[in-house]
Design a protein around this ligand. Sequence first.
Ligand SMILES: *Cc1c(COP(=O)(O)O)cnc(C)c1O
Length: 362
Amino acid sequence: MSHPQPKPGILGIAPYVGGKASVPGVAHVIKLSSNEDALGASPRAAEAYSRAARKLSRYPDPNCTELRQAIGERHGIEPERIVCGNGSDELLGLLCHSYAGPGDEVLYSQHGFLMYGIYAQSAGATPVMAPETDRHADVDALLAAVTPRTKVVFIANPNNPTGTYLSSDEMGRLRRGLRQDVLLVIDAAYAEYVSRNDYSPGLELVDDGSNTVMTRTFSKIHGLSSLRLGWCYCPPVIADVLNRVRAPFNINAAAQAAGKAAIEDVAFTVLSRAHNQVWLPWLSERMVGLGLRITPSVGNFLLVDFPEEERRCAAAADIFLQLRGLICRRVENYGLPNSLRITIGRDDEMHAVVDALADFMG
Ligand SMILES: *Cc1c(COP(=O)(O)O)cnc(C)c1O
């Protein structure tokens, strides 16, 4: 062969495609395609980011000491068991690569976050999907899909793009049904938006043993998507593994400073959450009012199904919306060819998307 070949499986990966941010020929767009927070970042985070500009020549703290301290205080957990990542995506990847390889299986749910399959393939492991019931992760189906080769189970709770969640009882049942040597990764990227009494992000399951990790992100409710910052809460043995394999300076200084300010600005998080609690049900009701089927969501986004007929299908709706500068997310690569995922945006953005869809359907 005339040039270096990547490891088996790598060229089989379909690259991840993020939400569109522009429409050719449209100057002003409304971006509802990546589940970014409607209110954006705390002004204090932006100030901290600016202050970091004064020290650009210095390496950042390799251990994110102050940031982990702040996260620990906010969540009542030990900073030693927190590992930060360049987005929670980095942590999902490092966990997959550290615990699964060729011959192993990585299990997730049918409409689970796309990156789980991508990381499984890049680690040389075999991705395995368990069917869902009514777009909810199905614990029995997941457990039935476990084999002696299963090494890692990923579950987004709530899940993207469906917006559905597993109760803490169901998540506990999943954990108890898995072998002790199977790593369960609970991806709680949208945890802060959920307001259900039977939901828990999973801290107690992490505390219960040495085989469960919970990941979180600053990209969603904290509005810091551009800085790439996530964290996970781990058993000490797993934190130790991640600290061996991660790059030494994986979190830049601006992200550390802004992340600390963001997590300390509790009042701002409360505002973002309250905004979502108003507009998620509002959007859901309007969609149902237009005759569109929705999947009830607990996140900051809504999955909407379109009629089968060609001029009313999701692809047609997407084109129609884009001509008005509204960008939502097609989710055919999640096995949902006739749905759009709409992020909860600001008041005016929500009115714009509902008005446009009313015209589309009318
Ligand atoms: C957005 C999202 C993430 C967050 O990714 P970051 O790398 O932290 O920006 C993780 N998991 C799911 C399911 C998501 O939707």
